[in-house]
Design a protein around this ligand. Structure first.
Ligand code: ISE
Length: 344
């Protein structure tokens, strides 16, 4: 069987990372095309992974020479590219956020619904992270009884130029807005955004705190601190009726030296979620190959819509300073395939 021909639009941090993961760790698929507004950046990735550099991404999408498309370009370009993929009946894995506004996500959902099969998967990779998957399973198994509270922490070492409090919501908090409803199997009914004394390193509201209230009564506190300075640090603790569950940073080695004890933290999310990205790509390409009638295996456009709705609600709470109520959202409980089944 010929390898799947995968195109990647966007050769920045995530596009390059996906290209390398596909090339090195995903069997049965190859990077055949890379496009970026900065041609040199696309060429640098193609040198490592193979694939032709295309100047016109939309023409490449419509060419009929791809079996799958990864969209990892700037957020405002997502909708146009995903709509082009849908028009070409091409399965597409789009990095988060699916689109910056609910209106754009609705246009994507309408176009997808008008076609013959679902085509859109959203790159919420945490749903494939072995630690999150196990946390969710323990909850489903009732290990701590009914959940009562969640404490989530999301810290980046530093931010790129131009980052703002809004970027922390749209680009960082959005992962929590996807993963927490998935973990709890419940919908958020209201959100409240606030902050305390900002870090002088940030120059904007950082750290920030968002409260999420779920239909079943669970309350989640979510800290996002994007200039934490010391490393990439993602945590979640669920407090239940009879115990607690907590993610352990999946370090493989603990050092005892110089009178200390500990492990190293990643500089950014790529090492921390390397397994999640690999499993995500394995699941997605396996679905394209094995299940043409449903070539996705992960968060759907409906999940992208929920995250967009929640993002808009958090932004509204930031403006108003008060709780923001959510309209009813549709829930999809994505259950990732098992690791063993994905090796190709
Ligand atoms: C980044 O864009 C990501 O998607 C990472 O997963 C997230 O943890 C980080 O905060 C974002 O800036």
């Amino acid at each position: 069987m010929n390898p799947l021909r995968i195109g990647i639009v966007g050769a920045g941090v995530m596009g390059a990372d996906h290209a390398r993961t596909l090339h090195r760790a995903v069997g049965g698929a190859e990077v055949t095309l890379i496009a970026d507004v900065d041609r040199a950046r696309a060429e640098a990735v193609a040198e490592q992974t193979g694939g032709q550099v295309a100047d016109d991404a939309l023409a490449a999408i419509a060419s009929g020479r791809l079996d799958g498309l990864i969209v990892a370009s700037a957020d405002p370009t997502h909708a146009e590219l995903v709509l082009a993929a849908i028009a070409a009946d091409l399965p597409v894995l789009c990095e988060k956020p699916l689109a910056p506004t609910v209106a754009e996500v609705d246009a994507i959902i309408a176009a997808e619904a008008a076609g013959t099969r679902p085509l859109v998967q959203v790159g919420f990779m945490r749903r494939f992270d072995p630690a999150y998957v196990q946390l969710r399973q323990e909850l489903l198994d009732g290990r701590i009884g009914a959940p009562l509270l969640v404490h989530a922490v999301h810290r980046n070492r530093s931010t790129p130029p131009g980052w703002s409090a809004e970027s922390s919501i749209v680009n960082s908090l959005v992962h929590e807005l996807d993963v927490l409803p998935w973990l709890l199997g419940d919908e958020v009914t209201e959100v409240l955004w606030t902050h305390g004394r900002p870090s002088p390193r940030a120059g904007f509201a950082d750290p920030q705190l968002t409260l999420l209230r779920f239909r079943g009564g669970v309350l989640a506190t979510v800290e996002v601190f994007t200039n934490a300075g010391y490393g990439y640090d993602v945590r979640a603790e669920v407090v239940g009726e009879t115990g607690t569950l907590e993610l352990v940073d999946p370090a493989l080695v603990v050092t005892r030296a110089d009178g200390g004890f500990g492990s190293r933290l990643a500089a950014d999310w790529r090492p921390r979620f390397a397994d999640a990205y690999r499993i995500e790509l394995q699941a997605w390409t396996a679905a394209i190959r094995d299940r043409p009638e449903r070539p996705i295996d992960g968060p759907t456009s409906a999940d992208g819509r929920r995250a967009a709705l929640l993002t808009e609600a958090v932004l509204a709470s930031r403006r108003s300073g008060g709780w923001q109520h959510l309209p009813e959202t549709s829930s999809t409980a994505h259950t990732p395939v098992q690791e063993g089944r994905q090796q190709s």
